[in-house]
Design a protein around this ligand. Structure first.
Ligand code: UT7
Length: 398
């Protein structure tokens, strides 16, 4: 069985680079919302939610817990395990459907909170498939030799865009974040292959209609609840069951493996029945899938990294295991990645280790405050004066 690619050399005699996951972490809000509590808010009940989705509870962010703060906390955990400092990071990608703003990107806010002074940062919008997209792009940047250390985060506060009066959607979603650190290495393995797909003709099936340039915020959009998730659940269900198994099969073949070589599948945690359908489609036992949606609900881009981290901490994922990460979501989008889990954690995270890191983050916070202050002073000194060579705009008189 050919499990891993061997190092090869290209025409310039450079050793091929591989992108390995070397750190992982999660963060969820403090507050748990159970099905029983939901049943007091909308016309639903625990039996229906468990039977139709598999979900029993989800985490809900409070006012202080945001997409950036959850993403930053998950990232710090991942950096600890990877024994990577913020200055080592070349790029931060935050996959999210609930960014803090249209801009600045949530990734830039995370970059500032971490004090990652040498990193580029951007958000990835591919709905629930975002983490798989981001992981694939990150791996390719490393494999191409352009980057060495990339932080990939899936972070969501979906509770802020859920219509809490719509029982068809509000029972499904939860908040949380998961992160991985990818690093380049000459040793074969890591991210082996990815498959990314989209079918925009199904865009209307799962969308937040207003708040973008197509439908800017107005009194009417607020009145009609158009800033919340609108979904045709049955159609999304049908689409998901169609694409999950095919995506797994195709990406595993692209990695030069067979389904027998796959040890664990980490699917997007949307609905247990969708995962069961994928298992049937692949003729695999359900215990080959990492499932934790009963406790988290659907956390969109965060669902795969959270499930991955749990499977690692439970010992379900072991060194040299081949994993398939597979997701689907709004867009419509879907995608899958094959990863060989072949890097053991570099660092044992001790108290001292944590304190040293904490000091780094405190310095980052101070640096950010000083920068903001300096910018404000600069603005006051220079006032309305235009930068050299740029004339202030003027309006023609009517
Ligand atoms: O990340 C991707 C995000 N989206 C998804 O993955 C969603 C995929 N779709 C699904 O997971 C399922 O379609 C749902 C869980 C959303 C719905 O399950 P379903 O088995 O497809 O139910 P349904 O929409 O066909 O509705 C069946 C019945 C309806 O009542 P009637 O018309 O048969 O009287 C619904 O009104 O269930 C009713 N219903 C509920 N009843 C109690 C819908 N939501 C609820 C609810 N509690 N929360």
């Amino acid at each position: 069985m050919e499990m891993k690619r061997r190092p090869t050399t290209n025409s310039r005699n450079a050793v091929q680079r591989y992108a390995h996951i070397c750190g992982w972490g999660t963060s969820v809000p403090e507050r748990v919302l159970t099905n029983h509590e939901l049943a007091r808010m909308v016309d639903t009940n625990d039996e229906w939610i468990v039977a139709r989705t598999g979900i029993s509870q989800r985490y809900i962010a409070n006012g202080r817990e945001t997409t950036a703060s959850l993403g930053t906390a998950a990232a710090r955990e991942a950096l600890d395990i990877a024994d990577v400092t913020p200055d080592d990071i070349d790029l931060i990608i935050v996959a999210t459907s609930t960014p803090e703003h249209h801009f600045p990107s949530t990734a830039s806010l995370v970059q500032d909170a971490l004090g990652a002074r040498n990193a580029g940062a951007f958000d990835m919008l591919a709905a629930c498939t975002g983490f798989v997209y981001a992981l694939s792009i990150a791996a390719q940047a490393i494999q191409a030799g352009a980057m060495n250390t990339v932080l990939v985060i899936g972070a969501e506060t979906l509770s802020k865009i859920v219509n809490w009066e719509d029982r068809g959607t509000c029972v499904l979603f939860g908040d949380g974040a998961g992160a991985v650190v990818l690093q380049g290495s000459d040793s074969p393995g890591g991210v082996l292959a990815s498959l990314l797909r989209s079918d925009g003709s199904g865009g209307d099936l799962l969308k937040v209609p207003a708040g973008g340039s197509a439908m800017p915020a107005s009194y009417e959009t607020l009145r009609d609840n158009l800033h919340t998730i609108h979904m045709n659940g049955r159609e999304v269900f049908r689409f998901a069951t169609r694409v999950m198994a095919d995506a797994c099969r195709d990406v595993v073949a692209a990695a030069g493996l067979t389904m027998d070589d796959v040890d664990v599948i980490v699917p997007h945690q949307a609905n247990k029945r969708i995962i069961e359908a994928a298992a049937r489609g692949l003729r695999l036992p359900i215990d080959r899938f990492a499932i934790n949606l009963d406790r988290y609900g659907n956390t969109s881009t965060a669902s795969i990294p959270i499930a991955l981290c749990e499977a690692v901490s439970e010992g379900r994922i072991r060194p040299n295991d081949n994993l398939v990460l597979v997701a689907f979501g709004g867009g419509l989008t879907w995608g899958a990645t094959v990863v060989t889990w072949d890097v053991t954690p570099k660092a044992t995270v001790t108290g001292l280790h944590k304190m040293r890191r904490q000091a780094l983050y405190s310095v980052a916070r101070m640096r950010s405050i000083v920068r903001r202050g300096a910018r404000a002073i600069e603005g006051t000194i220079w006032g309305a004066q235009a930068p050299d060579g740029i004339e202030p705009p003027h309006r023609e008189k009517d």
